[in-house]
Design a protein around this ligand. Structure first.
Ligand code: SF4
Ligand code: SF4
Ligand code: SF4
Ligand code: FES
Length: 666
């Protein structure tokens, strides 16, 4: 411990703490902006400056370590003035259109201005030009970027996707993919983790709210909602509930009040996924154990961010993926076939909306293979944040809503389906069913929980020995199943690398694209609560334990849909509706021409374009000024076109090199 003085008062603090940490430990708040505890401690914004006696300049509290005897002032006149100036400089190149900004009232920059007492912007100068990059999942508006680089850290160090980086230098710095390419054309996996940490409106999900309002207003449409498992423990946060609060009943009620004709639960198809995926796993396992050749380990396929990642990074490992569509795609396919038949409605007149914790689901629904009979399985995806925004826009008092049930036949689910929302949940749900199907006995663990794979570690493993199986499964007698669970694609790399080297000891691997699983998906409410992950995880397991049915194969509506419609798991109709295939994309997207761009951005690279500096009017006639401006713009335009052409040529060259080297390696 060392002794420090903050604002004239003495404190003891651990030796390796930063000033920010020591202050926080003693309930002293230091304003900050780029800092994200435990994730991004980079020191780029300087809002957190403090005075340290003896130091020549103000010090950034988030990166300056304390030392014994240090005397710190967090709130002096000098410090407060400096913070205001830094803030004003930051917003001098910022689109201050708060009233129409999606982050209005949830914006850290806005809140900081208020906290610092900023009432005026004294610095106006060159401004970056608006140049949106809109992919089906993520929208980038760099006129609102404050260059904090949180997204860079998350995209590179946590997700390992390596898409976002600082391009160019100085005023030209812009955060985005290399060579000013658009997110929809590169290997962005649309996980949305960057949108969760962005403090402002620079990175956000691509808006689907208006599409959903349009469908709800269209009297010729039957509009069906479905809700992912993780939403029920997170959407409450948008209405002031504690993180992890279970608001399942109010959620169903809110969707009805918004005008949805049917309110189904994606949990139902999570149960169905277990039937399909469990059957697929047992079939592969049997073949492998009987020496008939089968690809193992099998890897789960419900996380579209992860799917896109493996398609880019390991296109030769796609046969390891289960062929099951993700649960909400299965639901969409069933609504437009089984349910449409049942209610005698033309599937063309059905509009399916998935409420998901995930931004990658927005890109998943636009994949060419996610269609049946020429119709998209799912028509729109709302993130948790978007649904909350719609509920607020409709003036629905969420707190006052009664608890209602989901509609049947696609609304009932087991506790196994609930835990799909958290890392380890799909594997546990699968083991609950597979073990019982194979042995006729219940999974022999307390509360049906496979303890080694419960929790938030990035890689978890478990073993389960099968003794005395039923006759049909004698080939499994004495076999120890080895399973692994991982979340966040960076951690998944390790397991796939083992497969590549032929050293994977596992039979079955669960991968979720977001660290912690869907509870921490890129479309979930942003939170400053460091315990949010744990609270949501507890909420999910409580929901599971509160259910009468805890195993997917016990769901009577699942049994009914096989009897009435599908036949049996992995049967012909199941394959047609509930299974899919994958696309080899290549590391730089060079193996496919499929792109996920919504609209083309302006041709000029954004960061290089500036507003021309203001010139003194009195030195020019109006015409003279106009023609000077036109000439300047034409010159700039030509330069930018050249830059862009040469960037595109380089990309093409890279693609050719990669294609020819992959061909050689085959
Ligand atoms: S990002 Fe924040 S400060 Fe900027 S326009 Fe939006 S709400 Fe206003
Ligand atoms: S969506 Fe994910 S992969 Fe894409 S830029 Fe953001 S963090 Fe990176
Ligand atoms: S896009 Fe957002 S998170 Fe990324 S640097 Fe800009 S402001 Fe920060
Ligand atoms: S919060 Fe410390 S430098 Fe940004």
């Amino acid at each position: 411990m060392v002794s420090i003085t903050i604002n004239g008062k003495q404190y003891q603090a651990a030796e390796n703490m930063t000033i920010m940490e020591a202050a926080k430990a003693n309930s002293i708040h230091i304003p900050n902006l780029c800092y994200l505890e435990g994730i991004h401690e980079f020191g780029s914004c300087r809002i957190c400056v403090v005075e340290v006696e003896g130091a020549k300049t103000l010090q950034a509290a988030c990166i300056t370590k304390i030392c014994d005897g240090m005397r710190i002032h967090t709130n002096s006149e000098r410090v407060r003035k400096a913070r205001k100036v830094i803030y004003e400089l930051l917003v001098s190149d910022h689109a201050k259109d708060c009233l129409s900004c999606k982050r209005n009232q949830s914006c850290e920059l806005q809140a900081l201005g208020k906290a610092l007492g900023v009432e005026d912007y004294r610095f106006e100068g060159e401004r970056s030009v608006r140049n949106d990059d809109i992919s089906v999942s993520i929208t980038r508006d760099m006129t609102k970027c404050i260059l904090c680089r949180r997204c860079v850290t998350v995209c590179n160090d946590i997700q390992g996707a390596g898409i976002l980086n600082a391009q160019n230098r100085g005023f030209d710095t812009v955060i985005g993919p290399a060579m000013d390419l658009q997110l929809g054309t590169v290997n962005c996996i649309f996980c949305g983790q960057c949108t969760v940490v962005c403090p402002v409106g620079a990175l956000k999900e691509t808006d689907s709210i208006q599409d959903v309002w349009n469908a709800l207003n269209d009297k010729s449409k039957r509009v069906v909602a479905q809700v992912a498992p993780a939403i029920r423990v997170s959407i409450g946060e948008e209405f002031g509930y504690e993180a992890g609060s279970r608001v399942t009943g109010k959620l169903a009620a809110a969707l009805r009040r918004l005008g949805f004709d049917d309110v189904f639960d994606t949990n139902f198809t999570a149960d169905l996924t277990i039937m399909e995926e469990g059957t697929e796993f047992l079939a592969r396992l049997k073949k492998a154990l009987l020496g008939e050749g089968a690809v193992l380990p099998m890897i789960t396929s419900c996380s579209p961010g992860w799917i896109k990642f493996i398609e880019h990074a390991y296109p030769d490992k796609l046969t390891h993926l289960s062929t099951c569509k993700s649960p909400h795609m299965m639901m969409g396919a069933l609504v437009k076939s089984y349910y449409a038949q049942k209610i005698n409605v033309d599937p063309k007149d059905i509009f399916v909306v998935s409420v998901m914790p995930c931004t990658a689901k927005k890109s998943e629904i636009s994949r060419a293979e996610m269609k049946n009979y020429g119709l998209k399985n799912v028509d729109a995806v709302l993130t948790t944040r978007e649904l909350a925004a719609m509920i607020k826009e409709a003036g629905i008092d969420f707190h006052a809503l009664p608890d209602e049930e989901f509609d049947n036949p696609l609304g009932m689910s087991s506790g196994a389906a609930d835990i799909f929302g958290v890392t380890g949940g799909v594997m546990e749900a699968a083991l609950r069913t597979v073990y019982e199907v194979v042995t006729g006995r219940q999974l022999p663990f307390d509360g049906l929980h496979v303890a080694p794979i419960v929790g938030l570690e990035s890689v978890k493993v478990a073993e389960l020995t099968i003794d005395n199986p039923l006759d049909e499964y004698k080939f499994l007698d004495g076999v120890t199943l080895k399973v692994a669970v991982t979340s966040g694609v960076k951690a998944a790399n390790r397991l796939v690398d083992e497969i590549s080297k032929g050293k994977s000891p596992y039979h079955f691997i669960e991968v979720m694209g977001c660290p912690g699983g869907c509870i921490m998906g890129g479309g979930q409410p942003r939170s400053s609560d460091p315990q949010v992950k744990l609270k949501r995880l507890k909420g999910i397991y409580t929901e599971d334990e509160a259910k009468v049915l805890r195993k997917s194969h016990e769901n009577p509506y699942v049994t009914a849909i096989y009897e009435e419609f599908l036949g049996h798991p992995n049967g012909h109709l199941s394959h047609e509706l509930l299974h899919t295939h994958y696309v080899k994309r290549g590391i730089f997207n060079e193996l496919t021409s499929e792109s996920f761009v919504v609209s083309k951005k302006a041709s000029a690279p954004q960061a290089s374009v500036k507003q021309a500096p203001k010139e003194p009017m009195q030195q020019h006639t109006r015409d003279g000024l106009a023609s000077t401006k036109i000439m300047e713009l034409e010159t700039e335009n030509a330069r930018l076109k050249n830059e862009l052409n040469s960037a595109l040529e380089t990309v093409e060259l890279f693609k050719k090199i990669i294609v020819s080297s992959s061909a050689k390696n085959r």
